[in-house]
Design a protein around this ligand. Structure first.
Ligand code: 3H9
Length: 685
């Protein structure tokens, strides 16, 4: 096998070049090649300096994640890097693209770093539930100081080359098109010096002992909440602290130990699963990668409500012009007003520059006339959730919008095939289910109708990436993937409160599991009056009574919980009494309900529904379901999504749990796929 690493001589400078597409990950062969390349340079007296660079789109973007969890092969990254740092000849990293993780660790072990202005540098291992394990936690603080290193390592956020130069991580910026030549010249210049800085021996940027405790206490106080539930950020902090307090060789031992612990833990397995799951979700099994895309130059949106406005913002922010249609001018004015405020808010919070916000709003036009949508390439309908209304809108769109344009519905439950039949172009009809707030939430369920064309699907998937969404393909079924799985959870939660649990007990179990909120907090946020008949005299359920009392959720200051002016909820005695009254009326016996039963009765039916979805072919793969729940509903990343979590629990445990409670869940249809997996001891992922 030929090595992915080669060397080229430029007089007295040896250039060691990796070519391991797509991202020059540091797999065994690359590590071996790097080591040999450097050794060749050291052994040759006529070589005065070494430059390390990569071909292709990027410098090394990290260790090869696909090797994790497998037996180690070839030289380890730490030993390769230690050998580089010990070199008496200067070694210069020439960086373009992204120097991430192990890639930045390579650069940190070099004596000098040269980068093009567009390059990005970072240690994002924490996003994989890991920490930099090749000296990064020890070397970075020695180069940029403890505070900056904490920020980069604990949050895994890359920085641009310009900032990297300012903080001393990059020694000099190269020309965007002359990286190699500039790095060679730089290396030749440095070769004149007698010695070269070995990062591991530096202490000039480390704080003095008296200040270390305070730095870490402050950091924890400021950021503790963001790290809740995750193991890796705290481990990163312990390593950086070791860098500040211990000699390098001791600090590296701490790093190794913490790295191995994380690598073997379930959290990192979950987060690594998600890394690949997210990329896999973009692939559609029966749609070739090279399917020609339909150019999307202009988008129409029907409906200027919260959803329509939020959807429009995605396109505007990505530089795609939008025409928004409503039935009345007041609705348009209200909608555009809200969008303007949202952009203002983004500017105030520093998320966007004022110019960018203005440029986005300038791309928006409004209309009351369908004829103005004629030249749109894609129109997304976000009107009232009623089949008749949607069919009417699609009929009009079909009549007015040019042939070959895509017509999409933002429906969250309705049958996309039936909607498509209201047009003469069912092949161009697709579901684009955004999640609220649509300008913020990353998930997009792309609903594939029976007749949706492959190029329409491929276009919508590619477009979703352009507007910063993570898209997952779903089949036509009630509630698609996410809401369909939400429904058995809510059904069991509603039954459990009648049997003796309280909404706050159930919410607490879900929050402790890692969800941002429980089922009743979520109902209060969404509004209890969704789908309510609106007759305050017709009281047939607990929900009817809550709505009639004007306890319709956060927006009315009360729902299952009472809310203060900051929308902070507290348990309500009134609601608890009402629940007990309804339980008595229904003749439901009351009992003490354990947290374990709550977990089993609310989470296991979700997994079962996920298995049914797979069995029916409504999702392409189990990992797609995981992506839906991570990006659409805040499932904790460190648990990898419901199907990954089910794999850890074991299909047999889930099945046994469901069977144990079957008498209380007589309406639950247990999935055959789940039964098969349990019988064979197989996983979903
Ligand atoms: C680490 O370094 C640990 C060390 O500290 C310790 C060692 C002891 N490995 O994202 P894309 C694949 S941990 C293997 O679509 P983009 C990816 O799966 C690592 N494969 O492209 C995809 O494959 P496919 C720390 C990788 O342009 C293809 O490359 N580093 C790796 O949107 C294209 O990827 C990171 O966490 C990898 N490291 O974004 C960085 N990276 O085509 C992880 C990518 O089959 N990577 N692939 O679906 C990224 O953030 C992005 O890939 C990057 C490019 C920004 C580089």
């Amino acid at each position: 096998m030929t090595s992915p690493v080669r060397t080229e001589r430029h007089d007295d400078v040896l250039v060691v070049i990796s070519d391991n597409p797509p991202v020059n990950a540091l797999g065994a062969a690359v590590r071996q090649g790097l080591k040999e390349g450097v050794e060749a340079g050291l052994a040759d007296d006529s070589v005065k300096a070494i430059v390390i660079r990569c071909d292709g789109r990027t410098f090394h973007a990290g260790a090869d994640i696909t090797e994790f969890g497998k037996p180690p092969q070839g030289p380890s990254l730490p030993e390769t890097l230690d050998a580089m740092e010990a070199s008496a000849k200067p070694i210069v990293a020439a960086i373009h693209g992204t120097a991430l993780g192990g890639g930045l660790e390579v650069a940190l072990a070099c004596h000098y770093r040269v980068a093009v202005p567009s390059a990005k540098l970072g240690l994002p291992e924490v996003n994989l539930g890991l920490l930099p394990g090749a000296g990064g936690t020890q070397r970075l603080p020695r180069v940029v100081g403890v505070e900056k290193a904490l920020d980069m390592i604990v949050f895994g956020r890359p920085i641009g080359a310009g900032e990297a130069e300012k903080i001393g991580l990059v020694d000099t910026l190269a020309g965007e098109d002359s990286l190699e030549a500039d790095a060679i010249a730089f290396a030749r210049e440095k070769a004149k010096a007698d010695s070269h800085p070995a990062t591991s021996r530096r202490t000039d940027r480390l704080p003095d002992a008296a200040h270390i405790g305070q730095i870490f206490d402050d950091f924890k106080a400021k950021n503790g909440r963001k790290m809740r539930g995750f193991d890796a950020p705290a481990a990163c902090m312990r390593c950086v602290r070791a860098a500040a307090e211990l000699p390098y060789v001791e600090g590296v031992k701490v790093e190794r130990e913490e790295f191995m612990k994380l690598m073997q833990g379930d959290q990192s397995k979950a987060q690594r699963h998600l890394f690949f799951a997210e990329r896999q979700a973009a692939k559609i099994d029966d749609v070739p990668k090279d399917t020609p895309l339909i150019p999307i130059r202009k988008v129409g949106i029907i409906g200027a409500g919260t959803m329509g406005g939020g959807i429009a913002m995605n396109f505007l922010s990505a530089g795609i012009p939008v025409t928004m249609l409503e039935m009345k001018q007041e609705a348009l004015d209200r909608g555009t007003g809200v969008m303007g405020k949202n952009y203002e808010g983004n500017v105030k919070r520093g998320r966007m520059s004022e110019e960018k916000a203005k440029a986005a709003m300038d791309l928006l036009s409004t209309t009351l006339d369908y004829a103005d949508l004629a030249d749109c390439d894609l129109v997304i309908e976000a009107v009232f959730e009623s089949m008749d209304v949607k069919k009417d809108v699609f009929g009009k769109l079909d009549a007015h919008v040019k042939d070959g344009a895509i017509l999409a519905s933002n429906t969250s439950y309705l049958n996309v095939d039936e909607i498509a039949q209201a047009t003469k172009r069912p092949g161009y009809v697709v579901g684009m289910h955004f999640f609220s707030p649509a300008n913020v939430m990353k998930l997009l369920e792309v609903v594939r109708g029976a007749e949706t064309r492959p190029d329409v699907l491929a276009t919508v998937m590619a477009l979703s990436k352009k507007i910063g969404k993570v898209a997952v393909v779903a089949g036509v079924c009630h509630g698609f993937i996410g809401n369909r799985m939400l429904s058995p959870r809510q059904r069991e939660a509603n039954k459990l409160i009648m049997e003796g649990a309280t909404p706050w007990q159930i919410d607490k179990v879900h929050q402790e599991f890692g969800m941002p909120m429980g089922p009743f907090q979520m109902s209060d946020l969404a509004g209890l009056d969704i789908g309510w008949h609106r007759d305050t005299n017709r009281i047939e359920s607990l929900r009817d009574e809550l709505c009639a009392m004007d306890r319709r959720g956060q927006k009315t200051g009360a729902g299952f919980y009472d809310y203060d002016e900051n929308r902070r909820g507290t348990p309500s005695d009134t609601v608890e009494a009402l629940i007990r009254k309804w339980a008595e009326k229904e003749g439901t016996p009351q009992r003490e309900i354990s947290d374990e039963e709550i977990r089993e009765r609310t989470l296991y039916p979700m997994v079962n529904e996920g298995a049914l979805i797979l069995e029916e072919g409504m999702a392409q793969r189990a990992s797609d379901i995981d992506v839906v729940w991570i990006y659409g509903y805040g499932w904790p990343r460190y648990r990898g999504g419901p199907m990954f979590w089910a794999d850890l629990e074991g299909a047999d445990t889930i099945l046994a749990g469901l069977e144990k409670h079957q008498d209380k869940m007589p309406d639950l249809k247990i999935s055959q796929l789940l039964k098969d997996k349990a019988a064979k001891g197989e996983t979903f992922n």
